[in-house]
Design a protein around this ligand. Structure first.
Ligand code: UDP
Length: 430
């Protein structure tokens, strides 16, 4: 994967001189510790979703300070992708069938083969960061090849579920020397005694998705996906078409609030054909579409389903940005979430966010101060009520949006994130 380079100084206008200097020092120290070693990141998709987004955000800063950071995508066949998706859903606490023995055996085979391939390119002491359960199976072979292996888990459940899945993954995870989670509440019981760190993600304020955009450009981008800026107020959820994002539930909740305002709803997600590791996306989009077709015309006119083109990543990011910026309220009604980048992206744009208090989202938003949280994501009426409240009270929406941006500035920009990684890597190898 071709990656650009970025320096701590690029962030100076956003984070100021003190934070920039701390970041520069931290990155330089990590580069010194790492000298001669490569840091490999492995996940299962180059586009779409938070893990790809994070790699695009963070790796350029590491490369900018001279760290040889590289990103590889493990592209398995459809059977492997299916097992990977199941593992993710299970670890999120979603009820789906556990992979069968043959599925696990296939998973192990693909991971072993990919790991052997990488091992041939490794130098002893290289650091390999394996993302999520799909790549966890690579750990033992890489460890035997002399790599320092970190497992980065972006997902999890607030309840102690998936004991069987964690047990199945355990022999692979034992080979990793460090496990990293986005939120403490997702560290499962059996791994509490392993070396674990909590490192919440961040967003890059300089990326095409998060940097400022003028109104004319936003209008033009919205036009590309068939929306006019005249459509206002606008409620939007922008997510992958994943069952756990509950796009149909957003539609249901929005309908309970229809009478209270003349708002429109946008459900937007990436073109489902473009995401390598998300096989269920097409079915979710079809389900949304079928429900939409069943609505009365007056409601259909106020609900817009949008597939955001993925062929040009910069344009995709800019369209997502334009949608987030133009939303009166951004919703993230996830049923489970490791850390919702979409939430932080919207908060950075000073949008009032209405989200479920699940997983990392509960850490991202201070309820009633930086956004609104709904405790039970299945409670559509409660989501509808909070939506009506936000739409009826622009002063509240503005106050939440201002506090939201301040929170992201303090806690969820790349300097904090990179420094935590720099410290973790140094502690691992020094
Ligand atoms: N996203 C995107 N295009 C889309 C929809 C979403 O680029 O059409 C991005 C979104 O802006 C965010 C990421 O995908 O950066 C989703 O990350 P998040 O942590 O919210 O959820 P995940 O998809 O990782 O479960």
């Amino acid at each position: 994967m071709d990656l650009p380079e970025r320096g701590a100084l690029d962030l100076l206008p956003v984070i100021g001189p003190d934070r920039t200097e701390t970041l520069r020092d931290g990155l330089r120290a990590a580069a010194k510790s790492l000298s001669g070693r490569t840091v490999w990141q492995i996940n299962t998709t180059a586009t779409g979703g938070g893990v790809a987004e994070l790699s695009f955000s963070l790796l350029p800063y590491a490369r900018g300070v001279g760290i040889d950071a590289r990103w590889l995508v493990l592209a398995g066949d459809s059977r492997f992708v299916d097992v990977g998706k199941r593992l993710c859903l299970l670890l999120y606490g979603h009820e789906v069938a556990e992979p069968d023995e043959a599925g696990y055996a296939h998973y192990a085979e693909v991971c072993d083969e990919a790991a052997a391939h990488l091992a041939a390119r490794l130098r002893p002491g290289d650091v390999v960061v394996l993302h999520d359960p799909q790549t966890a199976g690579m750990a033992p072979v890489l460890r035997r090849a002399g790599a320092r292996v970190v497992w980065r888990c972006h997902i999890g459940s607030d309840l102690p579920t998936a004991a069987e899945t964690w047990e199945r993954l355990h022999p692979w995870l034992r080979a990793a020397e460090l496990l990293v989670f986005s939120t403490r509440r997702h560290i499962p019981g059996p791994l509490r005694d392993s070396p674990v760190r909590v490192i919440p993600p961040s967003i890059d304020p300089l990326s095409p998705k998060n940097r400022d955009m003028d109104a004319a450009q936003a209008t033009q981008l919205l036009g590309k996906v068939g929306l006019s800026v005249g459509i206002s107020p606008l409620v939007a959820q922008i997510s992958r078409w994943d069952v756990l994002k509950d796009m149909p539930g957003v539609m249901t909740a929005f309908r309970t609030a229809l009478h209270a305002s003349d708002a429109h709803l946008v459900l937007a997600g990436p073109d489902v054909t473009a995401i390598a590791d998300d096989p269920g996306g097409a079915a979710v989009l079809r389900d949304c579409h079928a429900r939409w077709l069943g609505l009365p015309r007056s409601e259909r006119d106020r609900i817009h389903l949008i597939s955001v083109p993925m062929s040009d990543p910069a344009e995709n990011a800019a369209i997502v940005s334009a949608l987030q910026r133009n939303a009166t309220v951004v919703v993230q009604k996830s049923l489970a979430e490791g850390f919702g980048l979409t939430v932080t992206e919207a908060m950075w744009k000073a949008r009032p966010v209405l989200a479920s208090a699940v997983g990392g989202i509960a850490d991202q938003i201070d309820d009633e101060h930086e956004g609104l949280l709904v405790t039970d994501p299945h409670d559509h009426a409660a989501v509808g009520r909070q939506l009506s409240r936000l739409l009826a009270d622009p002063a509240l929406a503005a106050r939440l949006g201002t506090a939201a941006r301040r929170r992201v500035h303090g806690d969820f920009l790349p300097d904090r994130h990179l420094l935590q990684w720099a410290r973790a890597v140094r502690d691992l190898i020094d």
